[in-house]
Design a protein around this ligand. Structure first.
Ligand SMILES: C[S@@+](CC[C@H](N)C(=O)[O-])C[C@H]1O[C@@H](n2cnc3c(N)ncnc32)[C@H](O)[C@@H]1O
Length: 353
């Protein structure tokens, strides 16, 4: 259990939730507003109807996604390491009569969540930066999903992480490869943050059996719940969203977000797929030889079976050329037209004669 991170979020939760209430009205009018449009498209494609679907949201934070899924008809479980975050979210849910399950859980443990229970596990931006052990977290997500269930997520794009984004100018702060931990000593104790790369996220997911089927790298869009370059929607509107244009704001040339959609694959399925892929690449590397009776070391290769078929086809009125093609297809052997002619004329000597 990471007490530093937990305490840090517990201590700032009230302030965090203080800014959320105004946005709830928008969410109630349109619950899909809880998701960037690109991510909502990913969800909708896999779950055209969320009613009755079981959704788990680990590291739920502001619980926007949790409320969104609930309002769209899903049965939602919200997990977070910080009790205070859950208490604040539950207050909102209770005030609206929203039936949502809240469980305090570290995403690297999830021991109070049963196996194979969920159709969808969803995490939103700001989850991965607090997780020192991605394989452990993804192993849990894999475990709690039903067979064929899905993990969908979006995050701050790893390309943003090497930069000092405190100003307009683009300044590199650290190497892309420097993933952390970046330790800070906030009053409550040590907290560590991580700057995972695309490969850290992708490989950990794949190795856990969460097979990535789709990926997106994207920018904030007008009307999305996070205006990114602006402090508020009002500010963005007053500026006519000019900062979304990279020619006016160089930061916009980089993708701000990354999203993944992955399907739970059983370990057995994973092994079978890998074995199959291995066999397939061997077969492609060594294609079966189609024997050709022509050329050096020519042998008589037409068996009794082939000869009988040639005569049968001839009986149907087919030309020698056509018979040659059909014999090649049916027996995977190239019989010369001369041989076909010999068989038809009764001059062909079978190998066993
Ligand atoms: C920035 S929020 C991310 C969720 C949401 N997108 C948001 O912006 O509120 C980060 C949340 O992750 C939680 N968290 C950090 N480490 C965690 C862990 N190991 N397990 C579960 N939750 C964790 C924090 O308590 C916090 O509520």
């Amino acid at each position: 259990m990471n007490n530093g991170v937990m305490n840090w979020w517990n201590n700032r939760s009230d302030e965090y939730y203080g800014g959320i209430h105004g946005q709830l009205e928008k969410l109630k009018k349109d619950p899909t507003w809880a998701f960037p449009s690109v991510i909502w498209e990913m969800i909708r494609k896999n779950f055209p109807d969320l009613r009755g679907r079981r959704v788990l949201v680990p590291s739920s934070g502001d619980n926007f996604a949790v409320f969104g899924f609930h309002l769209l008809g899903a049965e939602v479980t919200s997990c977070d390491i910080a009790e205070r975050q859950l208490t604040n979210a539950k207050k909102i849910a209770d005030a609206h009569g929203w039936r949502i399950e809240f469980i305090r859980q570290d995403s690297m443990e999830l021991d109070r969540i049963g196996d194979g229970e969920y159709d969808l596990v969803y995490t939103s931006n700001g989850c991965h930066v607090w997780i020192p052990d991605l394989p452990k977290m993804y192993a849990n997500f894999h475990r709690v999903l039903k067979p064929g269930g899905r993990y969908i997520m979006f995050e701050t794009h790893p390309f943003i992480r090497p930069f000092d984004d405190s100003g307009i100018e683009i300044i590199i702060d650290k190497a892309y490869e420097d993933t952390g931990p970046f330790v800070s000593n906030v009053k409550t104790g040590e907290i560590a943050e991580f700057a995972w790369r695309i490969m850290d996220i992708y490989n950990a997911m794949q190795n856990a059996g969460l097979k990535v089927t789709h990926m997106e790298e994207f920018h904030p869009e007008k009307g999305d719940y996070d205006d990114w370059f602006y402090g508020s929607t009002e500010e963005a509107e007053a500026d006519e969203y000019k900062k979304l244009d990279w020619k006016q704001n160089l930061w916009a040339a980089l993708p701000q977000w990354i999203g993944f959609s992955a399907k739970k694959e059983s370990r057995k399925m994973n092994e079978l797929r890998q074995a199959y892929e291995q066999k397939l690449s061997e077969a492609i590397a060594n294609p079966p030889r189609i024997h050709n009776e022509r050329g050096a070391g020519r042998k008589r290769v037409a068996t009794k079976e082939i000869a009988a078929r040639v005569l049968e086809l001839r009986g149907q009125g087919l030309s020698q050329a056509k018979i040659t093609v059909i014999a090649a297809e049916e027996f995977n052997i190239k019989i010369g037209r001369t041989t076909v002619g010999e068989i038809i004329r009764g001059n062909y000597k079978l190998p066993d004669e």
